[in-house]
Design a protein. Structure first.
Ligand code: HEC
Length: 484
């Protein structure tokens, strides 16, 4: 397949991955709550109907249902927001996913429609319906909300573990991929936990309940957290189903990933420990403040977990199929010959701020800016978070040339460089220009043709040595130990 260049947005000092990630974490948390909240309402309706709880009905008619409404509305809005950000960051990834999962996505949306209609009807008319009708409506809402998780989970987990699909190209293999089940179950448990914790905060905040009523409601809500006992196993199952090199990221291969995983595990363990031993086994009471702290920990666990799930895919957005910078592994060799800047029709932002040569924007710096945008900007900024000029500040030109040429060996979570030697050298010039605070004039390296072609020759040799394949974590550790 030939390379195509799409226009992508520039979020300035904010990394693109973080723009998506930040929104994503918020989206996942509210969506989890909307699912678990529905289940909790079903459970309390059943408790009320069967006379198992005297206060459940008051709880059902209280504020919790407003929160469920707010969460599925914000879940929906941030979901649309995810589409808007993803198409600005990686249209190619989204395009491939839509091609592959077209009808499944349509199915997800029909469930989502059902969720919205049933949820709103239960919110608006619930208290006027018979018990049985209310239960059915709440069950319909919860089922629809869980089913939209079911579908989206298959699509998301495919990105990390396409599994047998790589050979068979069958939709069934893509959807029921190796991490489909552990992550579906894990998310279901997480949804219940978030809902139970938020309910506990509300039970405490609502002034209308007496202390014994509050104790009873808290005890009932705590049961929804019992499945947390399965979380460690589900987590291990998920890790075991992950590709080995991704697993190495979180097992010490990358500081950031390992740290985030530790946060996720630590926060979950605190919440789980309190729920299982304090609330369920010893029937302790929990006050609003403690419940709020635990809900905060659950948010931290969600954030850490999502960060890891997104991060361990590097250098891919679709494992083995598409690198994070929208270049396919099978295109790299050809792009080393042809380059990608010549077919990029989109203007460079702030081109007028580049130094000029003969009244035109400096051609090499302009080319370097394009290479940066195409190949690096998805994970790096020019100035700001993870900025290239910051990372290479102490490197001279030659060191940059060599390391950029061997990008995947430098850090295996980066894809191999996919351009010509000239493009690589232009990128080095561009990064050096940024490092020196964008001076008004910049020399033309082509002014000395002999030195310039010798330089390109050296880059070609390094590119050759690096090869066009992605690297493994293990290799890079060996390189680091051998002393680069
Ligand atoms: C898939 C995401 C991704 C892409 C694409 C990417 N990088 Fe990186 N790069 C990273 C991450 C993550 C780091 C680690 C930053 C850190 O250690 O703080 C990094 C670090 C670096 C470093 C510092 C390495 C060191 O040993 O200190 C350099 C240099 C670098 N990248 C250059 C590039 C260049 C040039 C490109 C484009 C041709 C690029 N990167 C594309 C993710 C990426």
């Amino acid at each position: 397949m030939d390379a195509v260049v799409y226009p992508v947005n520039d979020f300035g000092p904010l990394m693109k991955g973080l723009a998506i990630g930040g929104l994503g974490i918020f989206h996942v948390f509210t969506a989890h709550f909307a699912i678990g909240g529905g289940m909790l309402l079903c459970y309390f309706q059943w408790l009320a109907m069967t006379g198992r709880s005297k206060s459940a009905r008051a709880f059902l008619d209280g504020y919790f249902r407003y929160l469920v409404l707010i969460s599925f509305v914000t879940g929906a809005l941030t979901g649309v927001g995810m589409w808007f950000t993803s198409i600005q960051v990686s249209p190619v990834t989204i395009g491939l996913m839509i091609d592959e999962f077209h009808w499944l996505w349509a199915v997800e949306w029909t469930f989502f429609c059902l969720e919205v209609v049933a949820g709103y009807a239960a919110f608006k008319y619930g208290s006027r319906l018979t018990d049985k009708a209310r239960l059915i409506l709440l069950a319909l809402y919860s089922f629809a909300a869980w089913m939209s998780l079911f579908w989206i989970n298959g699509i998301l987990s495919f990105q990390l573990t396409p599994g047998a699909w790589l050979e068979s190209r069958s939709l069934i293999d893509a959807f029921f991929n190796p991490t489909f089940l552990p992550s579906l179950l894990y998310r279901t448990v997480a949804s219940l936990v978030v809902a139970a914790l938020v309910a506990m905060v509300l039970i405490n905040l609502a002034g209308s309940f007496s202390r014994p009523e509050r104790e009873e409601l808290v005890r009932q809500a705590a049961w929804l957290m019992a499945p947390m006992a399965a979380m460690p196993l589900l987590g291990i199952w998920f890790l075991a189903a992950m590709p080995p090199d991704s697993r190495e990221w979180v097992m010490g291969g990358s500081m950031a990933m390992t740290m985030m995983l530790t946060i996720a595990i630590g926060a979950s363990a605190l919440v789980g420990g309190y729920a299982l031993f304090g609330l369920i086994r010893n029937q302790l009471y929990i006050n609003g403040a403690t419940a709020l702290v635990l809900a905060g920990l659950a948010f931290a666990a969600t954030a850490g977990g999502e960060f890891v799930r997104e991060g361990v895919r590097k250098p891919y957005t679709l494992r083995e199929l598409l690198y994070s910078n929208a270049i396919r592994p099978d295109q790299v060799a050809a792009l080393r010959q042809r380059g990608l800047t010549s077919i990029d029709p989109f203007p460079l932002r702030h081109e007028d701020q580049l130094p000029q040569i003969n009244g035109q924007p400096h051609p090499i710096l302009r080319k370097g800016g394009l290479v940066f945008r195409q190949q690096c900007s998805v994970c790096h900024t020019t100035v700001g978070l993870n900025s290239l000029s910051g990372l290479t500040k102490r490197w001279d030109g030659e060191m940059k040339r060599q390391n950029f040429a061997k990008l995947q060996k430098l850090k295996p979570f980066m894809p191999p460089f996919a351009g010509t030697a000239e493009e690589l050298d232009s990128l080095v010039e561009y990064v050096s220009w940024l490092e020196q605070d964008r001076p008004k004039t910049w020399p033309d390296p082509q002014a000395n043709p002999v030195e310039y072609s010798a330089r390109l020759e050296r880059i070609r040799k390094w590119l050759e040595e690096a090869g066009t394949e992605p690297a493994l974590v293990r290799e890079s550790k060996a390189i680091a130990q051998g002393g680069r």
